[in-house]
Design a binder for this molecule. Structure first.
Ligand SMILES: [Zn+2]
Length: 304
């Protein structure tokens, strides 16, 4: 029995080694197809969540129609990798450069919306994985933007050097810190676990004479192996996210907020389909259920 437990534990650890590079590069061996959790009638496994987030290779590099989400907030990313433009009278902020090869695609989307890429003054990030922040050096090179990063993600960002380029970091942020430009303030909330400095951004925006709370969620996707330190981090993140004010939930992958369905509804909706407070914690519900299921499986496997 002991040997069997040991083998199962080893299987989890080897799972971690294949998961980590696949999360970074979205290639290679997919994460395990267990455990399965069902939330609001939909069943998820680690593999199905990653597939949902990343889509196909083409999805990752093909521009999704750039669009205004609400107020001064626009989508300029690809089919599956989010990039958000926040427009102010004193220049603009960009959240997530995604892959370096996507930067010209993001530039084109910004231009299509009638804005200038060179007006990006501040570049922020969701978390230090290549599919969200690999292009930071190129964005900085093209715009001169100030690059700001959560302290806990700085080591991982510094190790991210596409083509040997140093990862620019002009300002190190800490939990709760505010970033203000042209009357718009974004607040950086540390929601660690997926990466140590995973950052959920919040801001407010106006539309139709009303003020709305916008939350740019960080990934809450747990890895295949949960160490005690990671368990603490994820518990902190779930608690933080659930307490944030939210009328519009966004995420680093469109699938985390049903972007494609909401966008499709925009054409004839009299109400903005992105205003959806009822679904603000859906992604946290899915990932917390998965986190608990992985933890339970892991405890089962290590039980003597
Ligand atoms: Zn990631």
């Amino acid at each position: 029995m002991k040997n069997l437990s040991l083998m199962r534990l080893l299987a989890y650890f080897s799972g971690a080694f294949v998961l980590y590079p696949s999360a970074l590069h979205a290639q290679g061996t997919p994460p395990p197809d267990h455990p399965a959790v069902t939330v609001k009638g939909q069943t998820y496994t680690p593999r199905s969540i990653l597939a949902r987030n990343m889509g196909t290779e083409a999805d990752r590099v093909t521009a999704f129609p750039p669009h205004r989400i609400i107020g001064n907030i626009y989508y300029v990313g690809t089919n599956t990798l989010s990039s958000f433009l926040v427009v102010t009278p004193q220049g603009n902020l960009l959240i997530d450069s995604t892959y370096e090869r996507n930067v010209p695609t993001i530039e084109k989307s910004v231009t299509q919306l009638g804005f200038r890429f060179s007006d990006i003054k501040i570049l922020l990030g969701n978390h230090a994985h290549g599919d969200h922040q690999e292009g930071d050096a190129l964005v900085k090179q093209m715009t001169g933007a100030q690059v700001m990063a959560m302290a806990e993600d700085v080591p991982a960002l510094q190790a991210m050097k596409p083509g040997g380029k140093e990862h620019p970091i002009d300002k190190v942020l800490h939990d709760g810190e505010q970033v203000t430009l042209g009357g718009t303030t974004l607040v950086a909330h540390l929601t660690p676990g997926h990466t140590p400095g995973c950052t959920t951004w919040t801001t407010t925006t106006q539309e139709g004479g009303k003020t709305y709370n916008v939350m740019f969620g960080c990934s809450l996707r747990p890895p295949a192996v949960l160490t005690p330190a990671l368990v603490d981090q994820f518990n902190r993140a779930f608690k933080t996210v659930r307490a944030l004010p939210c009328d519009i939930q966004l995420g680093d992958h469109g699938a985390q907020y049903n972007m494609q369905e909401k966008y499709a509804k925009m054409k004839d909706a009299s109400l903005n389909p992105f205003i959806d407070p009822a679904t603000c914690t859906l992604e946290a519900d899915v990932e917390e259920a998965m986190f608990n299921a992985i933890l339970a499986e892991q405890q089962q496997a290590t039980r003597p």
